[in-house]
Design a protein around this ligand. Structure first.
Ligand SMILES: Nc1ncnc2c1ncn2[C@@H]1O[C@H](COP(=O)(O)OP(=O)(O)OP(=O)(O)O)[C@@H](O)[C@H]1O
Ligand SMILES: [Mg+2]
Length: 161
């Protein structure tokens, strides 16, 4: 089941990230797809805010990976924020150690995940953001397993597709 949500401001996109953060658990992988400026980082910032990240979360465009320490239900979790925009070959994902982020004590958010699709776990949540500039964004949530289907219930009053 997919949900389609409209966001008319960057604050709304952050708020959606924050709401999603309340449903996150260790081992989760969330991909963030969309063009330059679609709002992937804004959504990730909302997740960070919801998990209590106090430092400012920027796009890890050059560093590829940023990591934050957070607590989820009292358990220490690493919030790993990746941006794979600069990768040129899928194998580079392996070189940067992408699989080290797919562990039970981490939650992994991935901007520009497309190049590494073969390395991603099947039970992830895919989030697609459409739109740019000051236009409203259409945000599509695509649960890839039953756990995510249940956890996306909070979106139930939005359009299902
Ligand atoms: N409804 C909206 N949701 C998200 N961002 C919006 C919205 N309306 C306007 N914006 C603006 O769009 C920009 C989104 O930037 P952001 O860095 O989050 O994009 P991104 O998808 O991470 O891009 P990149 O691929 O360069 O990393 C911000 O400047 C934000 O203020
Ligand atoms: Mg970004």
């Amino acid at each position: 089941m997919d949900y389609r949500v409209t966001s008319t401001t960057v604050e709304q996109t952050r708020e959606l990230g924050k709401q999603l953060s309340e449903r996150l658990q260790g081992g989760d992988v969330v991909t963030l797809m969309g063009d330059l400026g679609a709002g992937k980082t804004a959504f990730a910032q909302g997740i960070g805010e919801g998990l209590g990240v106090t430092s400012s979360m920027t796009s890890p465009t050059f560093t590829l990976i940023h990591e934050y320490k957070v607590l989820i239900q009292g358990t220490k979790i690493r919030l790993i924020h990746m941006d794979l925009y600069r990768l040129r070959f899928p194998e580079e994902a392996e070189v940067i150690g992408i699989e080290d982020a797919f562990v039970e004590d981490a939650v992994c958010l991935i901007e520009w995940p497309e190049i590494a699709v073969d390395y991603l776990p099947d039970d992830r949540l895919d989030v697609e953001l459409h739109g740019s500039g000051e236009m409203p964004r259409e945000i599509i949530f695509h649960a890839r397993d039953s756990s995510w289907e249940q956890r996306l219930n909070f979106l139930a009053n939005n359009r299902r597709i």
